[in-house]
Design a protein around this ligand. Structure first.
Ligand code: AMP
Ligand code: MG
Length: 492
């Protein structure tokens, strides 16, 4: 057998390579990307494979070997060349026309069993025409952090990309924000799309309205298909697209806020045109309800702090209008954007009430639960007790007797010595007791179940990440990382 035949055999037997790849972006022509090849790495150690998402691709994990992951997503056999996508973006408020896939590329696009088209994007796969001074690489810790964030967020109900695999690649990298030299990895991210707000902004910047329209048609056809297909929508499908994007983004930020998540780098090149969350670098989960919590060390002015996220996303949507103005009437854009706050509030309220145990609002007095929510936030803010800890304690100490006696509410919780005596806490306990008291008794078990489901014990706080990383970096022990991923996925 000659070398070509061997390579072909590997490919035809590799279920990751025989998936039905669709050249969706490729078919738009070469104005949107550059063809690139992947780096050849000195080492390929599979550190993570996300078996939980293989069924969405029509794959049974049992029939996909580790070697298949390595050949496809570490050695990059069988599918070159790849597409480094072109984009610009507003970074920390400044327009940057020097961006683009600088350490990643679009590996391929695959139709899932759910009928949706998914992108496989790489991170850490080598230099491209957009690498500028960078090395095109991803640190191993960066890969570990993105895997963890995506799995945690997914379980918490955030519409997010997920990682398909991570391969350690054997290079020594130098980074200002990690003890260096540090280990390297290449990660595959599965997302709805890697088309960003910044992909459109670039087309405006280079003054190509023809390309903007073509890309917008593509986005609507694939990611907003109901607008593409509906006869009613034919006339103003572009305006309807923007209206829906506003809603999707508003809901996404509400999901982050309820999850206690700070993305940290809300540049427009990190905003997906599908309204999905992706690209987890220096993110952080809040420890307490600290409105100014800022996760990125370089964000000196707290531009992207926890509580600024809704405003920033709204601003990013507004910046996108510049590009869309040639296609969508300005008034339509403004009217759509003016609904951002309303969409955000509705989703945030829904999610927070779920965390408080109320997934179904039937039988509840709306003004009472709204009062409970605002009291909860005031309490969390004033006391700075642990955000995740508070909700977990509710779930853990919940007792049906809370319905009958307000003095029992949270009485078994051990984490608030002294706080139980404060006026705001007493008010909170009274209100919670009252709401339960107004519910039919047979509904109480549902409240307990909601509390348990929506408030996992393990939050992905910085010390949790650092403790698994310490085991990896000091003794190459990956078990705590695998255990943590499972815990996050299961919401334990
Ligand atoms: P990110 O921080 O991953 O959202 O990337 C912002 C921009 O910087 C994108 O254009 C990236 O491709 C580029 N970039 C980030 N890190 C590197 C790197 N190590 N090498 C080359 N380009 C990079
Ligand atoms: Mg990015």
């Amino acid at each position: 057998m000659n070398i070509t035949e061997t390579a072909n055999n590997i490919n035809s037997e590799n279920p990751l390579l025989t998936l039905k790849y669709e050249p969706a972006i490729e078919s738009l022509g070469n104005e949107y990307y550059d063809q690139v090849i992947a780096e050849q790495f000195p080492q390929h150690t599979l550190r993570w494979r996300n078996d939980a998402i293989l069924p969405t691709l029509g794959l049974n994990p049992r029939f996909v070997k580790d070697e298949d992951f390595i050949n496809a997503f570490g050695k990059f056999q069988g599918r070159e060349p790849f597409l480094a996508l072109r984009y610009h973006g507003y970074q920390l408020g400044q327009y940057n026309p020097q961006l683009g896939d600088g350490r990643g590329f679009l590996y391929g696009q695959v139709r899932g069993t759910d009928g949706q088209l998914y992108d496989f994007g790489t991170k850490g796969s080598g230099k491209t025409p957009y690498s500028r001074g960078g090395d095109g690489m991803l640190t191993l810790k960066g890969g570990v952090r993105e895997v963890l964030a995506a799995e945690a967020l997914h379980r918490l109900g955030v519409r997010t990309s997920r990682c398909l695999s991570m391969v350690e690649t054997g290079l020594n990298l130098w980074r200002g924000d990690e003890p260096s030299p540090t280990r390297s990895s290449v990660m595959i991210r599965m997302s709805k799309s890697h088309i960003r707000f910044g992909t459109f902004e670039r087309l405006h910047y280079i003054q190509r309205p023809d390309l903007t329209k073509k890309l917008l048609d593509h986005v609507i056809e694939i990611y907003y298909p109901h607008l593409h297909n509906s006869q009613d929508a034919l006339e103003d499908k572009y305006a309807l697209f923007y209206a829906e994007l506003v809603k999707r983004v508003a809901e996404l930020v509400a999901q982050w806020m309820a999850a206690g998540f700070c993305h940290a780098v809300l540049n427009t090149d990190n905003m997906s045109i599908t309204g999905e969350s992706f690209d987890y670098g220096p993110y952080g989960f809040i420890t307490t309800y600290d409105l100014y919590f800022t996760a990125a060390y370089f964000d000196y002015y707290k531009r992207y702090c926890y509580s600024q996220q809704p405003e920033i996303c709204k601003l990013n949507l507004e910046l996108l209008q510049e590009t869309l103005k040639g296609i969508i009437h300005e008034n339509d854009l403004d009217v759509s954007l003016s609904k951002f706050g309303e969409y955000y509030q509705a989703e945030y309220r829904r999610l927070m009430l779920q965390k408080l145990g109320f997934a179904n609002l039937a039988n509840l007095q709306i003004n009472e639960v709204d009062h409970l929510l605002s009291l909860t936030l005031t309490y969390l803010h004033e006391t700075q007790v642990g955000y995740h800890q508070f909700f977990y304690e509710m779930a853990n100490s919940f007792d049906i007797n809370w319905r009958d006696d307000q003095a029992l509410v949270m009485s078994k919780s051990e984490i608030f010595p002294g706080i139980g005596k404060s006026e705001i806490f007493d008010n909170w306990c009274f209100l919670y007791h009252q709401i339960l008291n107004n519910l039919p008794i047979e509904k109480i078990e549902q409240v307990a179940e909601n509390l348990r489901y929506y408030n996992p014990k393990t939050a992905l706080l910085r010390p949790v990440i650092e403790s698994v990383w310490e085991q990896i970096t000091e003794v190459d022990n990956w078990q705590p990382f695998y255990d943590l991923v499972t815990t996050l996925q299961e919401g334990k």
